[in-house]
Design a protein around this ligand. Structure first.
Ligand code: G3I
Length: 366
């Protein structure tokens, strides 16, 4: 009982050990940092990063539109500082992301003579981008999300400009170019909702097809942008087991956060006035997360990290998508302007009961 009360923060306990000191050997514990952090402006968050984690991911600054905004212009300043911060702090540094259909500037998909780009134009652009970006950080970025979100919910390939212009082998090409650029880097496929069977089958198919061609694939990332009750924990359990057994590569939870606010199917595609109504109805904790909800969040995280312990031979990394609640993208998704509480440190950077619950779930595994 005392353990439960400590874990959910009802009883004040001794200072908690850092997450990285209780994570099972062989499992990396990571966090996504934003530019204010990797530039050194947000020192309070940085103190948490260096004390608690042994891996970092870049929330936005290595995405195509940031690092390669124009055909002949790369802007490596923020990414250089991110990589250098990680190396100085002895972190495993992740690269995110080389090929995605979002946050890719329009010029990438524009044809040379106007109109839409074709395969013979787009593939050399992709190769040049991947060789330049990976090449710059060869030996310093340890693993790359090579392709992000290639799948529709039914497990078929998403109808993106990559698929339309290049054809189905665009994934093969991306992984070939990545291995060419840094044969020593780990290479990953990353997507969300892989706890859903049809989409998971698609991801397993992708990884197996790549490996059948002799390409390097080290891991499959389930982003893990999850809700307070969905997906049911049993489905996460099944997903980790099947992703591992179906591919033979390591499983990673790459963008973990827990949305505590209600979702409404109408949030997607609502017009402005409807959005305002939905926001008013679902922004239910504007002044702080109540204690009972803190406990609920703590239990949710305890369940998730119970599975990390159970599957520690299959899970290679768990990365939180942000350091403190103040940083989270979930204030603006699925609709902008709500106050959310998805992470382990609160808006002021104070540890939440969920942190104690994660430590408690992990403790004793080292
Ligand atoms: O940089 C501009 C800034 O100049 C401008 O003043 C500001 C005004 O809103 O916008 C800034 O850009 C925002 C950017 O984050 C940096 O904060 C974009 O509008 C915003 O769309 C962008 O959101 C990011 C989102 O990816 C884009 O799709 C989130 O921070 C980031 O957390 C999120 O991360 C993705 C993963 O890469 C892939 N998986 C899903 C995950 C959540 O969407």
């Amino acid at each position: 009982m005392l353990v439960v009360l400590l874990a959910i923060g009802v009883v004040t306990a001794a200072p908690l050990p850092p997450l990285k000191s209780v994570t099972p050997p062989g499992v990396r514990i990571g966090v996504a940092v934003n530019q204010a952090q990797s530039d050194g402006r947000d020192q309070a968050a940085l103190a948490i990063v260096t004390a608690q984690f042994n891996s970092i991911s870049p929330e936005n600054l290595l995405k195509w539109e940031v690092v390669h905004p124009e055909p002949d212009r790369y802007d490596f300043g923020p990414a250089d500082r991110y990589v250098e911060f990680g190396r100085q702090a002895g972190m495993f540094v992740v690269g995110h992301v080389l090929l995605w259909h979002e946050q890719t500037p329009p010029w990438v998909f524009a044809g040379k003579a106007g109109g839409r780009v074709d395969r013979d134009t787009l593939l050399p652009r992709l190769r040049e981008h991947i060789l330049t970006v990976i090449g710059r950080y060869r030996g310093r970025i340890g693993g790359w999300d090579v392709v992000n979100e290639a799948l529709d919910e039914d497990g078929s390939l998403r109808k993106t400009p990559w698929l339309e212009a290049v054809g189905e082998d665009y994934l093969v090409k991306a992984f070939e170019f990545a291995r060419e650029a840094d044969p020593g880097a780990e290479l990953y496929y990353n997507d969300y909702n892989l706890w859903k069977p049809a989409k998971r089958a698609g991801a397993i198919r992708i990884v197996n097809e790549l490996r059948a061609r002799g390409l390097r694939v080290d891991g499959i990332g389930e982003q893990a942008h999850w809700g307070i009750a969905d997906p049911p924990i049993a489905e996460v359990d099944t997903a980790i087991g099947e992703l591992s057994a179906g591919t033979g590569v390591k499983v990673m939870l790459t963008e973990l956060d827990i949305d505590v606010l209600p979702r409404d199917p109408d949030m997607w595609g609502a017009d402005l006035s409807k959005k305002a109504k939905i926001r008013a109805a679902t922004n239910i904790y504007p002044n702080g997360l109540p204690d009972d909800q803190q406990r609920r969040l703590a239990r949710r995280y305890a369940d998730i990290f119970g599975l990390v312990v159970k599957h520690r031979d299959k899970v290679r990394r768990v990365t939180f998508w942000g350091v403190t609640d103040a940083q989270s993208w979930l204030h603006d998704f699925p609709i902008p302007g709500r106050v959310n509480y998805p992470l382990l440190w609160d808006h002021q950077g104070r540890p939440k009961p969920a942190l104690g619950a994660v430590v408690e779930a992990l403790r004793g595994t080292r």
